[in-house]
Design a protein around this ligand. Structure first.
Ligand code: NI
Length: 175
C-alpha cells in the first residue's frame, strides 16, 4: 500500500495537459494501485494521476456504494444535460462550489491491463468522470465557474492553502 502526497493547486503538474499512456505493464499497475490507496486514504471519490505528480492520462474513481474503476486515456464521446451541484477537489480541500456539469455522458477508455471499454454514466458518476477528465487537461473546477465566482473561490482557496501549509509546518515541528 502506498499513499502518495496530494498536490495542492497550483503546484505542477496540476495545470498542464497530461500525456497519454503509451505502455501498459507493472509500472502502470503500481500507479493505479497507488491512486486507489491514496483516494481511499483521503476519502475521495476520484483521483487523477497529476494530483500525485504524475502527468499521465490516468484516473480512478469509486462512488460510496459503487465499483472501483480505472480509466486510462479516457475520451468523452458524448454528453448532454446540465445540472449544478456542489463539488470539491482533493487538490483544493475545504473549498466547495456549485459546478455545472452534464448529467449524462458516454466515455471510452482503457483499463489498467490495456483493454478498451465504453460506458455510459449518469448524474454523480458522470460528474466525477467530467471532473477527473478535466484534471487530465490541467483544468480544476473553478475554471468551470463564472468569472466572479471563480475569483471568489480562488481567493478563498489562497487563504485555505496558507492555513494548510502552516498546519503541515506545525506538524513537522511537533515532537
Ligand atoms: Ni479534483
Amino acid at each position: 500500500m502506498a499513499v502518495k502526497r496530494i498536490l495542492y493547486y497550483p503546484d505542477e503538474p496540476l495545470a498542464v495537459k497530461a500525456k497519454p499512456v503509451a505502455s501498459f505493464g507493472a509500472k502502470l499497475e503500481r500507479l493505479v494501485e497507488d491512486l486507489f490507496d491514496t483516494m481511499r486514504a483521503y476519502e475521495g471519490v476520484g483521483l487523477a494521476a497529476p494530483q500525485v505528480g504524475v502527468s499521465k492520462r490516468v484516473f480512478v474513481l469509486q462512488e460510496p456504494e459503487g465499483e472501483p474503476r480505472c480509466f486510462i486515456n479516457p475520451e468523452i464521446l458524448e454528453q448532454e444535460g446540465g445540472e449544478e451541484a456542489e463539488e470539491g477537489c482533493l487538490s483544493m480541500p475545504r473549498v466547495y462550489a456549485q459546478v455545472p456539469r452534464a448529467t449524462r455522458l458516454k466515455v471510452r477508455a482503457k483499463d489498467a491491463l490495456g483493454e478498451e471499454f465504453e460506458m455510459e454514466a449518469l448524474d454523480f458518476l458522470a460528474r466525477i468522470i467530467q471532473h477527473e477528465c478535466d484534471h487530465l487537461d490541467g483544468i480544476l473546477f473553478p475554471e468551470r465557474l463564472d468569472i466572479i465566482t471563480r475569483q471568489e473561490i480562488l481567493q478563498e482557496w489562497a487563504q485555505v492553502r496558507e492555513q494548510l501549509l502552516a498546519e503541515v509546518t506545525e506538524a513537522k515541528h511537533a515532537t
